[in-house]
Design a protein around this ligand. Structure first.
Ligand code: MN
Length: 251
């Protein structure tokens, strides 16, 4: 296990506290830990892959790389192909994100997309987000990641299954058990804020003014709100589950 290789990615940028705290914790435990992350905050970038222009990689530290103008998915893709020289790491961890990724958030999330890209490449992968808006306890959440990584490295993950992990913002010892959850549901209160530019033209800012999700039991939001570490197993197959039972549409 000490020999394991870990690729770290995120969507907040290589300089963000969440990824750097995790990197410091993991590099003491595993032989190879490399960060390949965007050069800017790309929260909300989803799973975009850049294929209409070339990309450059800049090495900012012996084991820290950034893809200039690259998305989280680009970082995983180039991380494996270039930084790891085509040899797949044992695990991809995306995060720790500054803020949660719950319910429908996961479709916008660059953090989740980083893990999704890892799963597409056939690597056990997890996205990790911290359920907080301020006073982020990244060191505590890093211990959760370390514990989960040991389990994943020991037993692996089923093909096409990757993990969306959300950690309550609590001291490590106060965290409750791991709750295996399903994707919850966001109650949208997204605002479009309207301003005028200096020339009097209208400009708009899409902003989440409140965070609120449905609190149905055993959903991701319900679990973190109770102090559980929420683990939602996701699948690369996005087919609606009703189809497995058979469903007829359009008469
Ligand atoms: Mn983010």
């Amino acid at each position: 296990m000490k020999d394991a290789s870990v690729l770290l990615v995120n969507d907040d940028g290589y300089f963000s506290e969440g990824i750097l705290t995790l990197y410091e914790v993991l590099k003491k435990e595993f032989k190879t830990v490399k960060v390949v992350a965007p050069d800017r905050n790309l929260s909300g970038a989803g799973h975009a892959l850049t294929f209409t222009k070339p990309l450059r990689i800049r090495q900012v530290d012996p084991d820290v790389y950034t893809v200039i103008e690259g998305t989280p998915a680009d970082c995983v893709h180039l991380g494996v192909a270039v930084v790891f020289e085509g040899k797949k790491p044992d695990v991809v961890v995306s995060g720790i994100n500054q803020g949660p990724n719950l319910g429908e958030d996961i479709t916008y999330s660059g953090t989740v997309a980083g893990a999704m890209e890892g799963a597409i490449l056939g690597i056990p992968s997890m996205a990790v987000s911290l359920f907080a808006r301020e006073d982020f306890r990244f060191a505590d959440a890093s211990l959760v990641v370390l514990d989960l990584l040991k389990k994943v490295l020991k037993t692996g993950l089923p093909k096409n299954l990757y993990l969306n992990v959300n950690v309550p913002n609590l001291p490590y010892k106060e965290l409750k058990a791991y709750a295996i959850t399903r994707q919850g549901h966001r109650i949208y209160k997204e605002a479009v804020i309207r301003y005028r530019d200096p020339y009097g033209q209208p400009i708009y800012w899409i902003a989440a003014t409140e965070f609120n999700w449905s609190s149905e039991p055993w959903t991701d939001y319900w679990a973190v709100a109770q102090g559980f570490v929420s683990i939602t197993p996701l699948d690369l197959d996005l087919t609606n589950p009703a189809v497995k039972k058979g469903v007829a549409l359009f008469r």
